[in-house]
Write a protein that binds this ligand. Structure first.
Ligand code: ARG
Length: 410
């Protein structure tokens, strides 16, 4: 008989089958080393008798959660001018703490969409080397953006000559910047198509990159096999980014019917951070967020939530993207309940954070569901989140790559 010393059998009252959008009761998952070798209704599986058994009881098993929009090396208590005090090494160390908090909240995979100085690459390398705990990371390095745009840093006056290293203008500069990011370890490309809330002197609705620049940027990234995420709140920027072929649009606050139609036509994913508005308006001022940003948020947050419902109803591909880093890491799951309040079914919200995100990352052959053959990234919450989405804020069990990293009594 086969050696089963490295085999774990997880059982629980419920398991979420994200591919078919259904719940399997009295479920079991067999994990061999770091791979799921079987999953389904316990009494239909051939469970190895001498495996380690972990029975979670009245709990719901689901694939490891995936957040497509985080900034692990950013600290939610340091915004605006306070952020200028944070050195790159200091930001990286903060990221170590945030990586652990994120994993323990149930997020076994994140896409880090923007980090100055490639601090995200260092963090990812440390996690992959086993030096520190943290999620699987897809990393962008510095976000690309136009001079003076949302992805530049416009806090200091001219004589300081301060700008972000992702600044690039014109098709060839953006291509070069993509190549440079890849050289230093980026595995995804992030750029800013429009103004934003938290940047000084930008208009949320105004487009920043031209269609010509976006086409060059996306083409260059795709040539090299990387997917592209774009920050876009404003309508024309959202539409030109989709026309340019981006894989996901972030925020997507001021969309219109044409933007929805374009996204459906191109298969573009929307990553809408609809929780963060509560933190910005509640805690933002204390954290140093500029008054002009608070004003922008007061206008944009409500519209974004209404447009989230429109996009969901229209059947646009949706992923889970939180913008944690603007708000505290580990609080990522607070967005689940809002996604349900603003138009998703609980199952859709969980699919957004699992199989849809895995598909966006082109990792659905190894991540995103509990199917046989996938990597053993598995989480569980007590009770049934489909009846109460706030359960998602209480992940008690986390397995990443076959290793149990958290297990609280349930
Ligand atoms: N990083 C984003 C920006 O500065 C945050 C937007 C948050 N607001 C919102 N309603 N999603 O634009």
């Amino acid at each position: 008989t086969a050696v089963v010393a490295d085999t774990i059998v997880l059982t629980a009252d419920r398991m979420i089958d994200v591919n078919n959008g259904r719940v399997i009761t009295q479920a079991a998952i067999v994990v061999n080393d770091n791979i799921i070798t079987a999953s389904g209704k316990a009494n239909t599986l051939n469970l190895p008798a001498d495996a380690t058994r972990v029975d979670l009881g009245d709990a719901t098993l689901m694939p490891g959660l995936m957040d497509m929009h985080v900034h692990l090396t950013s600290d939610a208590t340091q915004h605006g001018y306070k952020r200028l005090e944070v050195s790159l090494p200091r930001a990286t160390i903060t990221g170590v703490k945030h990586a652990k908090q994120t994993l323990e909240a149930g997020f076994t995979t994140v896409r880090n969409v923007g980090a100055p100085g490639f601090t995200d690459v260092a963090l990812k390398d440390a996690i992959n080397a086993g030096d520190i705990p943290g999620p699987r990371m897809f990393v962008a390095g510095p976000s690309l953006g136009v001079t003076g745009g949302h992805c530049d840093n416009n806090l200091l006056p001219f004589e300081y000559k301060h700008y972000s290293e992702g600044v690039a203008d014109g098709p060839w500069e953006v291509r070069k910047k993509v190549r440079r990011n890849i050289k230093y370890g980026a595995t995804v490309i992030k750029f800013c198509a429009t103004g934003g809330v938290l940047s000084k002197g930008t208009k949320v609705g105004a487009q920043q990159y031209s269609l010509e620049e976006m086409k060059a940027l996306v083409e260059e990234a795709h040539l090299r096999g990387l997917t592209v995420a774009t920050h876009a709140h404003g309508t024309s920027g959202i539409k030109d980014a989709i026309r340019a072929g981006v894989d996901s649009v972030e925020h997507v606050s001021l969309l219109d019917d044409e933007a929805i139609a374009l996204a459906k036509e191109h298969g573009t994913y929307f990553s809408m951070d609809i929780y963060v508005t509560e933190y910005i308006l509640g805690e933002g001022e204390k954290a140093g967020i500029l008054e002009e940003s608070l004003n922008k948020e007061r206008k944009v947050g409500k519209l974004q939530r209404e447009n989230f419902a429109k996009a969901v109803n229209a059947g646009v591909n949706m992923v889970f993207g939180s913008d944690a880093g603007v708000y505290p890491h580990g609080d990522n799951p607070k967005q689940f309940a809002r996604m349900v309040t603003f138009g998703m079914t609980p199952m859709q919200a969980i699919q957004a954070a699992t199989i849809n995100s895995a598909t966006l990352l082109k990792q659905s052959s190894t991540l995103g569901s509990l199917d046989e053959g996938k990597l053993a990234d598995i989480v569980a919450v007590p009770g049934n989140p489909l009846e109460d989405m706030s359960r998602m804020e209480d992940v008690h069990f986390v397995m990443k790559d076959g290793a149990i990293v958290k297990s609280l009594a349930m």
